[in-house]
Design a protein around this ligand. Sequence first.
Ligand SMILES: NC(=O)c1ccc[n+]([C@@H]2O[C@H](COP(=O)([O-])OP(=O)(O)OC[C@H]3O[C@@H](n4cnc5c(N)ncnc54)[C@H](OP(=O)(O)O)[C@@H]3O)[C@@H](O)[C@H]2O)c1
Length: 245
Amino acid sequence: MSKVVFITGASKGIGLSTATALLEQGHSVISLSRSISSGLQELSERFPGKLHILQGDVTDPAAITRAASTFETLDAIVLNAGTPGYGRLRTDVLEDWRRLFEVNLFSFLPLLRHALPVLAQSHGRVVLISSSMAEMGVAGMAAYSASKAAMNSLARSLAAEEPDIVTVALDPGSVETDMFEATVQSGKEHIDPEVYAYALDMKAKKQLLTADKPAATIAWLALNAQKDLSGKAIVWNDPALQMSA
Ligand SMILES: NC(=O)c1ccc[n+]([C@@H]2O[C@H](COP(=O)([O-])OP(=O)(O)OC[C@H]3O[C@@H](n4cnc5c(N)ncnc54)[C@H](OP(=O)(O)O)[C@@H]3O)[C@@H](O)[C@H]2O)c1
């Protein structure tokens, strides 16, 4: 049966690939991002009537209200929009932390408030796009890591509060997207040199994942994740995932 999935940040990268995977499987997607990329436009032409594109910032209450007005039927919500951030605690600007947390965490709260009653009815799913950084302490990436750690914690709490909804936090791996490139371009002066060199090396050796890899897992989780996964933080290629089921 065709399902309806809401995705933030589907204009590019992992979000766009997730939208593509869902549409190719016959499902409907509602997307919210600040830009309407050529990738989104192409999907809209390929899958007429199946992709509802909303333009807006996840931190803008008006955009959230517009998104919520589409939540009549909803089977899953993928909170994927995110922003990187670099800086050291001694010198970091508090406002940068606030802005990062607005996008990477606080924006989820009004969206979840609107979506949860509908998802409880449909026995739906929440997929939070986290990161391995949630579990790491890398110099120069404190705000980003803390936002992702909070996301993993939110998944646990949400699973406890909403027994009719399956909530999963997913680490998508190291993926070749604009965000990874931003880290390469802007992170050098802030990030631990060893970690920065490792990121450069992965890129040079073409070891980064293409976005379709984690996207296949995210789409699968949005459609199929069962109770045993609720509250967990998992990695995109976790061998325990029986994705053919
Ligand atoms: N790439 C990696 O290696 C990696 C690793 C671990 C975790 N992640 C996580 O994966 C998620 C997706 O990242 P990505 O690598 O696919 O990055 P990306 O290619 O830069 O895409 C980020 C998406 O988020 C949207 N976005 C950002 N700020 C927004 C805002 N304020 N309001 C609405 N939409 C916003 C962007 O759309 P607009 O610019 O059009 O608004 C874009 O669609 C993020 O949560 C990131 O932390 C990525």
